[in-house]
Design a protein around this ligand. Structure first.
Ligand code: NAG
Ligand code: NAG
Ligand code: NAG
Ligand code: NAG
Ligand code: NAG
Ligand code: NAG
Length: 489
């Protein structure tokens, strides 16, 4: 991978592989038969289920190498959601873990865990302290659940977070992903991480999390049998891959996958994660398709955005006029994908000139031009919960209106979406205009300003810039990792 360039699309874009067909040989297959059934299926959900140890029957072996913060009694679980940021500063014990006392010398892992413990303390204390200076950007404002804790957490991440990327796996399915089109965040994240010499470590012993570098988009393109509706071949590829790295390295078995992550923007990401029980149940799944009614767990998993990068770059797509220069109340233009859009069009297509709701825009009308003329941009779920319209709205300074059920918007562990977007449930679609009209001009102006302020968190840069979409995705991973402890034995 050493010869890759910064421009993701120049080397690994989807087009580059269209002629490669199945130039894809699985790494030597090591079948670890019945791997999943050998180990205890009754694994604790790290850190979050307070009654975890109590509710597991004592006969059930608990993975001894992993410990939730709660069980360790050293601190409360580190909740990444709203209430976590509201937690009073905790008293993290500086006592070494009981296991460590037996050993003369701390293992590298114990030292890593101690540093994480220090980060937890610093993050909790940040709430009551003055905010640190930052030459690039100081997060501030109600768009954040807690700007100070976020900022401190971000700085702690920069100080110590390390990710190991397994090198196993061949192109085009591994170490490769789309950098254009609506699934671009898959390829861009993967590429940016593999090129990164700050957060990526080549020494797995120093890593906090381990990346399984397969692309679901590429699996669908190269492994899936077209129109078969069978996930079998894709899941087998992923299963064989995980079994391979579990046999070669101690890390997967040590945590039963809890410090490993997969990443998928493709709709089928959640289905692919079912390749192995622990991949779905334990591992961190970074998904665009963050549908809680399909098992997305906002505490364990990470929601990241779908960004339709038509040219592979955001140049020319970012920026828009202030509220006073936006004559259109609401805009939607797009295909009738999925049930929610059907309802939206039924109620609003050609019904009201303030509500520009179209299947497709009339010829000659620019979509981006319309986004910049609109106050609110409707972002209904399509075939799956995420919509690239969310980021299109944010880029053009249009206040997004999320019309979805069961969707966890990106970076909700840090961002309070209610402050810069409108959330409308599907049953309220008939009321849409009233809901938008009830937002006062003053309130609108505030929201629109905030959209401009959080935009940096959705921007794609090559190479990445601090606080951009790559770093926010990393930060979500970092927060998940702060929730549990790993032990050597
Ligand atoms: C974490 O926060 C969420 C949302 O406030 C809450 O529902 C959940 O119970 C919390 N978990 C823990 C372990 O405190
Ligand atoms: C942890 O806390 C529980 C209840 O608060 C207590 O019964 C248990 O002995 C503690 N364990 C350790 C290792 O301190
Ligand atoms: C924090 O821990 C120290 C040492 O265990 C203890 O003396 C102190 O009272 C604790 N503070 C709080 C707020 O619990
Ligand atoms: C925090 O900021 C305030 C106001 O700028 C200042 O008066 C105070 O001394 C600062 N406190 C610390 C601990 O730096
Ligand atoms: C991990 O566990 C599997 C199944 O129990 C086993 O086959 C494999 O050898 C283990 N890996 C290592 C590195 O010990
Ligand atoms: C979310 O998941 C549920 C349950 O599988 C499904 O019925 C629903 O259609 C999904 N939402 C979208 C927008 O795909």
């Amino acid at each position: 991978m050493g010869t890759r360039k910064w421009n993701c699309c120049a080397c690994c874009g989807s087009e580059a592989f269209s002629t490669m067909k199945l130039l894809f040989f699985m790494v030597p297959l090591i079948m670890v038969a019945a791997f999943a059934s050998v180990k205890s299926p009754n694994v604790c959900r790290w850190g979050f289920i307070a009654k975890c140890s109590a509710s597991s029957p004592s006969s059930t072996p608990h993975p001894s190498s992993l410990q939730t913060l709660h069980q360790s009694n050293e601190t409360e679980s580190f909740n990444v959601s709203k209430s976590w940021f509201n937690l009073a500063p905790m008293n993290e014990s500086s006592e070494p873990h009981p296991r460590q006392k037996k050993k003369r010398k701390l293992s590298l892992l114990d030292r890593t865990e101690n540093l994480l413990a220090q980060a937890r303390v610093a993050i909790r204390e940040a709430k009551t302290k003055n905010q640190t200076q930052d030459s690039d950007y100081v997060p501030i404002g109600p768009m954040y659940w807690n700007a100070k804790t976020f900022h401190r957490s971000y700085l702690e991440m920069e100080k110590q977070f390390k990710v190991f990327v397994y090198e196993e796996g061949d192109l085009p399915v591994f170490h490769n992903g789309p950098c254009k089109s609506i699934y671009s965040t898959e390829g861009n994240f993967m590429h940016a991480l593999e090129m990164n010499d700050h957060f990526r470590t080549k020494d797995p012993k120093k890593a906090h999390v381990f990346f399984l570098p397969f692309s679901v988009v590429m699996l669908v393109r190269f492994v899936y049998v077209k129109d078969s509706r069978h996930f079998g071949p894709i899941r087998r590829t992923v299963r064989e891959y995980v079994n391979l790295i579990a046999a070669r390295y101690p890390f997967w078995n040590r945590s039963l996958g809890a410090d490993h992550f997969m990443l998928a923007c493709h709709d089928w990401g959640p289905h692919v994660s079912k390749a192995l029980p622990y991949l779905r149940k334990n591992s961190i799944r970074v998904l665009c398709n963050a549908n809680t009614s399909e098992g997305f767990d906002p505490v364990k998993d990470v929601s990241f955005p779908e960004i339709n990068l038509q040219t592979g770059s955001i140049n020319g797509f970012v920026g828009g006029p202030p509220a006073s220069k936006r004559p259109v109340l609401a805009l939607f233009a797009g295909g009738v994908h999925g049930p929610i859009r059907t309802i939206l069009l039924e109620h609003w297509e050609n019904k009201d000139k303030d509500m520009q709701v179209h299947k497709y825009l009339p010829k000659g009308v620019s979509y981006y031009g319309m986004l910049r003329k609109s106050k609110f941009c409707l972002c209904p779920s399509g075939y799956e919960v995420a919509s690239p319209r969310l980021v299109e709205a944010i880029y053009t300074g249009c206040v997004p209106v999320l019309i979805s059920d069961h969707y966890v918007p990106p970076f909700s562990d840090v961002l309070n979406w209610k402050m810069f977007s409108v959330e409308v449930s599907v049953k309220d679609i008939p009321n849409l205009k009233n809901i938008l009209m009830s937002i006062s001009p003053r309130q609108y102006i505030r929201m629109q300003k905030r959209v401009g302020q959080i935009r940096r968190h959705f921007e794609v840069h090559s190479p990445p810039k601090r606080f951009d979409v790559f770093h926010m995705t990393l930060h979500s991973l970092w927060l998940r990792r702060l929730n549990f402890r790993v032990h050597d034995d």
